[in-house]
Ligand binder design. Structure first.
Ligand code: GDP
Length: 296
């Protein structure tokens, strides 16, 4: 994971600074510039990096540093807090309750890992004694229903979809109604992705959302999309009320910065991360351990 490199670079920059005989504004700036470069390389959006730098400069008292207090600890703590703040939108996402029906709609571009993540999310809850169900409202991509069906069958999770119906809204509503009647407590609606952010996709999402009235809309994002993360997340948020983010493919060449950008753009927390293609390669996301790992 490239995250480790980010931690290494930041630690080195702080080390270099604390080795300097005199800590003045210039030395602090050099350190912060180095950290900025590391964050940009890790795909954190430019504006977020700028804000972070300004905040750190406001928090870190140069006199404290010069007076020989533990410089490394002071700066590291400031960076830790800033990264945590960036990943914490300040309010938790809707949390479904076992035994009470919740509808969760998943949105994201094609290839982001949306269908895989829907199953992982269902499987995760099923193992904890929930009664999940999967609805395939992706009528755009040929093979989408088969893929969901295959995943669902493997995990022994009930599913709903159609090979012939072309109206995603109709399928979504029928699926949700069917599973409500069956007393499923977690009804997961997988939607169409398309390759690009385009008006038709957003319109379709809006319609499915209005018709099924989900309790939560989860935006699924591929962590390897780099600096595009902020704009992509923002575009989805502007179309439907995204309430949570799941970042996939954190096992690959992921640069974790995309997660920070997605949180900032959607003002919604990351709730899980995908760490592989298998059903159980799925982790609850906690801000503090993530940032600790990031800083090494
Ligand atoms: P969708 O088009 O958004 O529904 O994406 P899919 O669920 O079909 O996933 C696209 C590809 O990404 C598939 O080959 C998945 O196996 C793979 N994938 C999904 N999540 C992860 C993950 O967390 N890690 C890895 N390595 N691959 C993933």
């Amino acid at each position: 994971m490239v995250l480790a490199q980010l931690g290494g670079t930041i630690t080195r920059a702080i080390q270099q600074m604390s080795n300097a005989t005199i800590i003045d504004e210039k030395v602090l700036n050099e350190c912060l510039n180095e950290i900025n470069r590391a964050l940009l390389n890790a795909d954190v959006q430019f504006q977020l990096v700028r804000n972070m730098q300004n905040n750190i400069k406001r928090i870190v008292n140069i006199d404290d540093l010069a007076a020989g207090h533990n410089k490394r600890r002071i700066i590291q703590q400031a960076i830790f807090n800033e990264l945590c703040n960036m990943l914490d939108p300040g309010k938790p996402s809707f949390t479904p309750k076992k035994g009470k029906t919740s509808v969760i709609m998943f949105v994201g571009l094609q290839g982001s890992g949306k269908t895989t993540t829907c199953t992982k999310y269902a499987y995760y809850h099923q193992k904890k004694g929930w009664k999940p169900a999967l609805v395939c409202a992706d009528t755009f991509r040929a093979g989408a229903f088969d893929q969901l069906k295959q995943n669902a069958t493997k995990a022994k999770i009930p599913f709903y979809g159609s090979y012939t119906e072309s109206d995603p809204v109709k399928i979504a509503v029928e699926g949700v109604d069917t599973f409500k009647k069956e007393n499923c407590d977690l009804i997961i609606v997988d939607t169409s992705g398309r390759h690009k952010q385009e008006a038709a996709l957003f319109e379709e999402m809006r319609q499915v959302s209005e018709a099924t009235k989900p309790d939560l809309i989860v935006f699924v994002m591929d962590s390897s999309i780099g600096q595009a993360a902020f704009d992509q997340a923002q575009a989805f948020k502007q179309s439907v009320p995204v309430g949570a983010v799941i970042v996939t493919k954190m096992d690959g060449h992921a640069k974790g910065g995309g997660a920070l950008s997605a949180v900032a753009a959607t003002k919604s927390p990351v709730i899980f991360i995908g760490t592989g293609e298998h059903m159980d390669e799925f982790e609850v996301f906690d801000v503090k351990p993530f940032v600790s790992r990031l800083l090494g």
